[in-house]
Every structure is written in C-alpha cells, then in structure tokens.
Ligand binder design. Structure first.
Ligand code: NDP
Ligand code: MG
Length: 382
C-alpha cells in the first residue's frame, strides 16, 4: 500500500487528492496539513485517520488538538510541523499542494528524506527549479507533475525515452478575460477575475490564470521538469481546455493528452504512475466538445507573462523575486488595494528595484522572496 502525506489537504488540490485516494482504496494517508480551515482538517482527520496533522497557525493547532483529543492523532504546528509532515517516517510520496513559496522548505526536506514528490506547488519550482532538480537527482527521487499541463507533457513523453523533444506546446485557457484589451480591464474586480471559465481552483491560481502569470510560472515549471530550453516551449491559447498540452518530436509527430478539465485525473496519475486505474470521473464526448480553437497569447495586454519570461531569461534569484512580488500583488488585488492592471506594475517595480544574484543557495532564495514580499507590500499607487 502506498503511503502519502498531503501538504495543504484543505485546499482545492488537497481535497481533490483525498477524493482520488478515496476512490483508489490503495493509498494510506499518513499526514495532512492545513492553515486556517481547521473544521475541514478535523473532518479529514476523522475520515482518513492520518497519524499526524500539521497546522501552520499555532492557535489553530491548539484548537484542533483539543477537538481531536479523542483520536490517536498528533497535532503539530508551524513550519517545523509542515516539515515533519513532509518527512514523516514511512511516507513514500508527498503531495505538495500548499499555495506559494511556503512550499519551498518542506519540499526540500521531503526530497532530502528520500520521498517522491507529487508536485502541485509550482511556486517551488519557479523560485528554486535548479536547486530542486539537482537535489532530486542527488537523492534519486521522482517528481511527478500534478499541474494538468505538465502531467499532459509527462504522459506524452511515455514510451519516447531517448527521442529528442523539438517543441512543447503548453496550452492555456486564456482565463476569464481572454480577448479583452487594457481599457476593458481597468474596472475589473476580484469577483470578475475569480470566475474562471473551465477550472475550479484556489483563489491565488485563479487570479494567476486571469493575469496569465500562471502560464509564465508554468513555462518555468516545464523548463525545470523536462530539461528543455525556454525557446522550445510554446504557449498556445486553447480556450476549450481539452488538450492539456503536447510534445512535438523531431519527426514532426505531436503527442498530446486530452480529457475533460478535471484535476483529479492528473492527481491520480501522479499517485498511480505508471499504472492507469479505473475511475468514475467524467469522459469527453467529442460530438459535444467539437470545437477546438487556438490562438497566440496577448502578452501586451497580459504583461505578467512577459515579466515571467524576463525573470526566466535573467535567471539567478529573479524568478524568486517575481514569484514573491506576484504573491503580494495577488493578495493586494484580492483585498481591493490595487487594481487588476496594477498587478504587473507592482511586480515590475519590484523586479526593477532588485539586484539579481546569479550564484545562490536556498537561503538566498528565501531572502529574495522575503525582500520581494516586503517591497511589494509597501509600493503605493496614486
Ligand atoms: P488553495 O488556496 O485552494 O489551497 C492552498 C492550501 O495551502 C490550503 O490547504 C491552505 O490551508 C494551505 N495554505 C495556505 N497558506 C498556507 C501557509 N501560509 N502555510 C501553510 N499552508 C498554507 O490552493 P490550490 O489547491 O488551488 O493550489 C495549491 C497549489 O497547487 C498552488 O501552488 C497552485 O498553483 C497549484 N495548482 C493548483 C491547481 C488547481 O486546480 N487548484 C492546478 C494546478 C496547480 P487552509 O485552506 O487551511 O488555509
Ligand atoms: Mg496548470
């Protein structure tokens, strides 16, 4: 029986991972973690019987400890607790489904402890792709992508070991504002941006999808996961979200993975690879889904994507700064402090004010992230 830890079990990916686990019946959940939603953590703990529950917030952990006093479950807290869940004895795979750079340290420690990673937390690869991949190689562990596009690429690579990739076609839905120009985006609210046409996800990634930052982060994620150059990755807007991404080989053949937009499929593949296991999730009916369209991303209107390319090309600690600034920009937009169009402005100002380090350690990246967050929190607009 496979034994897993889920970091961020109360989130969109975390809850869907538990649905997959319930359906598979061959996985034991050893540890779960959350931040604010202790009601759900309690329900999950009672249903899945993990040995350990970690809560980021100390007060919430205390409340949960009391609530679970009748169960044989240890409740821990803070970053140490998250790391304990990530390195828990007996666990073979850690699902990293926390949101943001908070996933960095537990992912590193999980790899050092020899755990395989089912990676949803793309921010970790954006900030520290090189270090994560080097460490994974050193400890001989596997990183299974959960992100739907990367799972599609991973699936399209099966059976092609040794064949050179010519191009990766990274598909994008285009988000809720596809086709709109700057003038039309001046007044959009957080509620408008949270209405994603195809996917139901956590609020941060939903805003990232609306700004196209999500695709920028995914270009970086693809570069590190599959060891390709940026120039080999082509972002292709495909509003129907049925083709989840594709790989083109040197003979011109394109291999793609298709399906309904349902994260449970890539989550399941990350947990059962290389096996495919029957599930009751919805299937595509091509007679109904009979319109596939493609377009180029509008990088002038959606400037976050160009900023991501800039960070990727400059390299060093700049992607960590982009990522940190983006987390703050999204949080400030959700609070109504800045407008939608100020998201890229805030990120750009933060990147411009920063001196990039090309040689760096994990500590330097954590410092760069903290610096960017602090800077981006203070920028004021007229
Ligand atoms: P959610 O916001 O739905 O969930 C985030 C999870 O992280 C929750 O369990 C939350 O706990 C926990 N969390 C939040 N802040 C902290 C913190 N400071 N310390 C510890 N834990 C924290 O996010 P998603 O599930 O949407 O996304 C998770 C990751 O997966 C992101 O990196 C995202 O980019 C990626 N991803 C998501 C997809 C999706 O469909 N949702 C698709 C592809 C990738 P609590 O709820 O208890 O506060
Ligand atoms: Mg994705």
């Amino acid at each position: 029986m496979r034994k897993i830890s889920i970091l961020g079990s109360t989130g969109s990916i975390g809850t869907q991972t538990l649905e997959v686990v319930e359906n598979l019946n061959s996985i034991h959940v050893m540890a779960i973690t959350g931040n604010s939603n202790i009601q759900l953590l309690e329900e999950q703990a009672r249903k899945f019987h993990p040995e350990l529950v970690a809560v980021m917030d100390e007060k919430n952990a205390e409340v949960l400890r009391e609530r679970l006093a009748d169960c044989d479950i240890r409740v821990v807290c803070g970053m140490d607790g998250l790391v304990e869940a990530a390195t828990y004895e007996g666990v073979d795979t850690v699902v990293t489904s926390v949101v943001g750079n908070v996933g960095l340290k537990p992912t590193f420690e999980a790899i050092r402890a020899g755990k395989n990673i089912a990676l949803a937390n793309k921010e970790t690869l954006v900030s520290a792709g090189q270090l994560v991949m080097d460490l994974a190689k050193k400890h001989n562990i596997n990183i299974y992508p959960v992100d739907s596009e990367h799972s599609a690429i991973f699936q399209s690579l099966q059976g092609n070991a040794g064949n050179r990739i010519e191009r990766i076609l990274l598909t994008a839905s285009g988000g809720p504002f596809r086709g709109k120009k700057r003038e039309e985006l001046m007044q959009v609210t957080a509620a408008d941006a949270l209405k994603h046409p195809n996917w139901s996800m956590g609020s941060k990634i939903t805003i990232d999808s609306a700004t196209l930052m999500n695709k920028g982060l995914e270009v970086m994620e693809a570069k590190w996961l599959f060891g390709v150059d940026v120039d080999q990755i082509e972002v292709l807007v495909h509003p129907q979200s049925i083709i989840h991404s594709a790989v083109e080989y040197e003979d011109g053949a394109i291999v793609a993975q298709l399906g309904e937009p349902d994260m449970r499929v890539p989550i399941q593949y990350a947990l059962t690879y290389p096996e495919r296991v029957k599930n009751p999730f919805p299937r595509v009916d091509f007679t109904k889904r009979n319109q596939f369209t493609f377009e180029k991303p509008d990088m002038e209107t959606f400037r976050c994507l160009s900023l991501a390319y800039r960070a990727l090309k400059t390299g060093g600690t700049l992607p960590a700064v982009l990522n940190g600034a983006n987390e703050i920009a999204v949080a400030r937009f959700l609070k109504g402090e800045i407008t939608f169009l100020q998201i890229p402005e805030l990120i750009e100002q933060t990147m411009d004010a920063y001196t990039v380090k090309q040689e760096y350690t994990l500590e330097d990246l954590l410092e760069a992230d903290a610096w960017a967050k602090d800077y981006a929190a203070k920028v004021c607009f007229q």
